[in-house]
Write a protein that binds this ligand. Structure first.
Ligand code: FES
Length: 108
């Protein structure tokens, strides 16, 4: 197995409905994860990216959260229909998708 150039982390943490923090699992995170997996396979990106689910990474109210390393780009409110753009632009083209990045003011 070649060492992957990038690591895609998708938070799929779920909390009970009505929990004050919300969760990525409530906002299509599993569908986002599945779409990444299918996209990596369909676009033959093995070696360019590896995909992992994670637990909570913090900004739950803006989920689903997707983080890509080594750049350390944090995407928020990612929808299944955004996945192809992230794969084509960021993973293949090396250009992050600005419109989905967590705004600087979100960080304390
Ligand atoms: S539940 Fe996904 S970041 Fe907290």
């Amino acid at each position: 197995m070649p060492k992957p150039a990038r690591h895609i982390l998708v938070c799929t943490n779920s909390r009970p409905a009505g929990h004050p923090r919300g969760s990525c699992g409530e906002t299509q995170a599993n569908e986002v994860y599945e779409k990444f997996g299918m996209g990596i396979e369909a676009k033959q990106l093995f070696g360019q990216a590896i995909l992992t689910t994670t637990g909570c990474m913090g900004p739950c109210s803006t989920g689903p959260i997707v983080v890509i390393y080594p750049e350390g780009v944090w995407y928020c409110k990612v929808k299944p229909e955004d996945v192809d753009e992230i794969l084509d632009s960021h993973i293949v083209g090396g250009k992050k998708v600005d419109r989905l990045e967590i705004p600087d003011e979100m960080w304390g």
